[in-house]
Design a protein around this ligand. Structure first.
Ligand code: NI
Ligand code: MN
Length: 227
């Protein structure tokens, strides 16, 4: 069985695994690079990393239309429930759950998490997933941190890292992150959405090949790969 990952631009991903459709941080209608609109996507589960508008995005509308369960930190889920989202699974950092699509653990992220209306969103998070037997780490919005070594100890088939700089780690720190995580494959995200986070992904990929043992996977928004 394989898992398909489709980059929807910025930090947004669609994942199809074990007969389930997942969205991660679905920021679509207001994203200049998203290849689809919120009205056109399906989801059984939505994984939400933190409260910033470029991640919460269209989560409320998609969850209400599809009935998807939103998984994220407790404070984020409480806020979503107040917006009328019916199904949420509130967790906190370090916690893991088994769901119909696989296993999920909330990991540390060094960032912030204020919601669009100014409400506190709790701590920001990343996701360590086990999908069809493959370990997949979405760092989401974060700085480089040394504890990535612990996340990598799981043995990662794939890591997805931000490379945009300014709001998250940039390309140089992502190389160090890859050296700590030691994933088999690595995909970049959270770049080229707007000019302040423009990056040369092909130059990044060359550096990944030269300085790490990971295979870089560079996508255009709307493109997919399978694991
Ligand atoms: Ni953010
Ligand atoms: Mn962001």
């Amino acid at each position: 069985m394989t898992t398909q990952f489709t980059w929807l631009g910025h930090g947004s991903w669609a994942i199809e695994t074990a007969g389930h459709k997942l969205l991660l941080d679905p920021f679509l209608d207001d994203s200049p690079t998203a290849p689809v609109k919120a009205a056109d996507v399906e989801a059984d589960f939505i994984l939400l990393s933190h409260g910033h508008g470029d991640h919460v995005g269209d989560t409320v509308a998609i969850a209400k239309r599809t009935g998807a369960t939103v998984i994220g930190v407790y404070e984020l889920c409480e806020w979503l429930a107040r917006q009328g989202v019916e199904h949420t699974l509130g967790m906190n950092l370090g916690g893991a759950v088994t769901q119909p699509f696989g296993k999920l653990k909330l990991t540390l992220a060094h960032h912030s998490s204020t919601l669009p209306d100014g409400s506190p969103g709790g701590n920001p998070a990343g996701f360590l997933l086990n999908l069809e037997g493959a370990n997949v780490y979405f760092a989401c919005d974060t700085a480089l941190f040394l504890d990535m070594q612990l996340i990598g100890a799981a043995g990662l088939d794939l890591a997805v890292l931000p490379i945009g700089d300014l709001f998250t780690m940039g390309p140089a720190d992502s190389i160090q992150a890859i050296q700590l995580l030691k994933p088999k494959r690595v995909a970049p995200a959270h770049y080229n959405t707007w000019p302040p986070i423009a990056q040369d992904a092909n130059a990044w990929a060359n550096q990944v090949r030269q300085e790490t043992s990971a295979e870089p996977i560079v996508l255009e928004p709307g493109e997919s790969f399978t694991l």
